[in-house]
Design a protein around this ligand. Sequence first.
Ligand code: WT7
Length: 653
Amino acid sequence: MSENIESVLTEKRVFEPSEETARAARIKQADLDAMYGKAESDHAGFWADLARSELHWQKAFSEVLDDSEAPFFRWFADGELNVSENCIDRHLEDRGDKPAIVFEGEEGDTATYTFRDVHREVCLFANALKAKGVEMGDRVVIYMPMIPQAVFAMQACARIGAIHSVVFGGFSADALRDRINDCEAKAVITADGGTRGGKVQPTKKGVDDAIAGGCKTVSTVFVYQRAGNEVNMTDGRDVWWHEAVADQPAECEPARIPAEHPLYLLYTSGSTGKPKGIQHSTAGYLLNAVVTCKWVFDLRDDDVFWCTADVGWVTGHTYVAFGPMACGVTQVMYEGAPTIPDGGRIWRLTQNHGVTVFYTAPTAIRALMKLGDDFPNSCDLSKLRILGTVGEPINPEAWMWYYQVIGGERCPIVDTWWQTETGAHMISPLPGVTPLKPGSCTRPLPGIAADVVDEEGHSITEPDQGGYLVIKKPWPSMLRTIWGDPQRYKDTYWPKFDGKYYLAGDSARKDADGYFWIMGRIDDVVNVSGHRLGTMEVESALVAHEQVAEAAVVGIPHEVKGEGIFAFVVLKGERPEGGYDEKLVKELIQWVGKQIGPIAKPEDIRFADNLPKTRSGKIMRRLLRNVAQGKEVEGDTSTLENPAIIEQLQGRS
Ligand code: WT7
């Protein structure tokens, strides 16, 4: 057992769903028990039943799960369906005039698209793609701001069977070029620019720079006019969106797409090496997107859903572009920074659009929490009924703030654990059923065989012993492969346990109630005197201190202990002069010692204005390890949101 990852944090609070929530929720305790029972006794059959009832098929499937070439699993493979038809056409009769997307720009401009409007926009653009020779199976890169047309572009690709790959609009031209070339995209869809933080981000220029560096496969660049900034149009290659759709018919038959045909690729940066093109399927992916929207967000016809994620991340795929659309709900979309013109923007948007279900990331919650309670308190947030989080473990401090100040102690928080690779929620509370514990993503969803195992792959039955988070059975929305690199797919996700379990790369523990607690990435584990500690728990303890806003810890070599803990801390107030404050460092070290125990005491602490994060808000601990060890920063930094922070951390500014 000593090899296992030790848990040092205990959180004892439990929040039961209110009677009202329990009564109103779609899935009740008895339903959940029945679902677990069915999934347990007939895993494939459980998913097959859902696939039949939740999706609209053009051709019914007869095969359910094909595992003959594991770990290359296939689901519902002989069926045919169209994702765009499932998301749009099937609502036209009952909900044609219902708003599908309510959009607000940073400057306050708004636009509403009904399902009928979306149908029209998607058909027009799908026809424009076809007119430029884009066919089933071709790859199309989408590099756009967070505007409805990004969703239309994704849906249009899905409609004709083109495989889209969204590249986050904030990524550099180099990052864009790598991705275009890796998937050999035939077309790129972009906008002149988008607005964020009061500035125009020139996305079209990014595409020009990317292609100038060599992208031989791209024959067409579609440009949506959004920001009105000046752009260069290359003759024969570039075409304005509005011109491309001008002569197109407003109807486009949804193509018959085989269930296993790739719906999209989404590049995710590995900790080393080049980005991986995570390949998702058509039917299986959509199935989990739909059922998790219903189970976890309990989405209903009268809900107004707002997921703040950009379409550049998987969250913006599953819970903006596909899941909510397939469920026929109204959703809010916002282009712009969360604090423009001030820290109340998000809460005013929530109030003004009557948001009922709100989904965001812990990093955003902490950032908003830092701005104080006055902003949310001055808004009417009473329509909210469910709050969600995703992306990293939410520290109990932030959880409590979200629960009390935003949710008025009325809204359950669904802490959803999943990954780009899993396609949809895997471990999460259900709002009307699951008692909540701040910081825990609670229990696996029905049909998701998640577990925590030791080095040999044995299930860890002793409570609170950390180990590897694995998924023991295939599930419909799992990634199918890494585009163009099946070997890397096998090596990355199936390297241990005889290739039988999907390795998530996270460490986790289960408590005595079977609740899952994510402890961090396996690569980030720090080994102090033979005790393997997940980074998350130490960080959470630091953040519980009243002066600390954010924290990241990494291992540094230590003569006696093997590894020691080094912490980077962002304070709620000003950064101390020169990034150091001896008194506060001592105080925080003692604090962690008291919260967790002497074993977890940091050796030293540095203060910074910010932490190096990816654009999706993940702390790049790899860079911090270099800094803490006084080394030059190595490896890929192209996805870093705030490159200048490295200089500060190294004490150079
Ligand atoms: C990694 C996946 C899934 C969409 C956004 C991120 C961490 C994600 C949680 C959570 C603890 C979480 C894990 C996971 N993570 N959700 N609720 N609690 N950790 O997608 O970029 O593919 O990252 O994010 O470490 O492996 P991603």
